[in-house]
Design a protein around this ligand. Structure first.
Ligand code: DC
Length: 219
């Protein structure tokens, strides 16, 4: 049976995960952070000395390790075989290489299969780049969330500092622009607004404003 599905896509740091988490909590749905899943595979590659372009080895690593999420007060943890890697997957070495891993068709197929499995059994709020276009094309609500590069760099800067990750704002801005380019120009499932997705530009909007706007759309 089809469970209720809310798809939120958009570029890095557009506010997707913050908003998706709140909506999922308020509606009692499962939040699925698909970016975290691509980060886990990248992290596993680094840990196991596997080249970022070695699709077959990366798929094998993905199958051999259990990726899961756990809800905790104020957020969600990402786990590999039950071990919390939430902070590890946000480190710069993962962030700067995840686009290469996410460009691999075989890796995407494996993760999309896992994402659909979750959505088959639970009502979900899923965020990523290809949720409305590829993963859940029949989602009940599709949002495409954007914000200016400057504002996104400032948001990620604050997030990194609060996690204790040393960061330079100008470098961050450059990295975000580069990642936007890579994510939207790759051959496999590029970042793209679905025809039936609603565009929400969060530049200058507070978290509450965005949450309320999306709740109106869900109604
Ligand atoms: O949202 P994020 O920064 O955690 O995503 C990490 C990377 O994973 C990003 O470079 C794009 C990629 N990604 C993807 O290709 N498809 C998704 N559904 C989610 C993320």
């Amino acid at each position: 049976m089809h469970k209720f599905q809310i798809a939120i896509d958009g570029p890095a740091s557009s506010g997707k995960s913050t908003i998706a988490k709140i909506i999922a909590r308020d509606l009692g749905y499962i939040y699925v952070d698909t970016g975290a899943m691509y980060r886990v595979v990248t992290f596993l590659a680094i840990k196991n000395g596997v080249a970022f372009g070695d699709a077959a080895a990366l798929v094998a690593l993905t199958r051999a390790n259990k990726i899961s999420f756990e809800n905790v007060e104020g957020g969600q943890l990402t786990l590999i075989n039950g071990v919390d890697v939430s902070d590890d997957i946000r480190q710069t070495d993962v962030t700067n290489n995840v686009s290469e891993v996410a460009a691999l068709k075989a890796v995407r197929e494996e993760l999309v299969r896992l994402q659909r499995e979750i959505a088959e059994t639970h009502p979900v709020v899923m965020d990523g780049r290809d949720i409305g276009t590829v993963v859940l094309p029949d989602a009940d609500v599709k949002i495409f969330m954007v914000a200016s590069v400057t504002e996104r760099a400032e948001r990620r800067y604050k997030e990194n500092i609060s996690r204790g990750i040393p960061t330079d704002l100008a470098v961050l801005e450059k990295e975000i622009a580069e990642r936007d380019y890579k994510d939207s120009h790759r051959a496999e499932s590029p970042l793209k607004q679905a025809d039936d997705a609603i565009l929400v530009d969060t530049t200058g909007m507070s978290i509450d404003d965005v949450v309320n706007r999306i709740k109106e759309l869900i109604k």
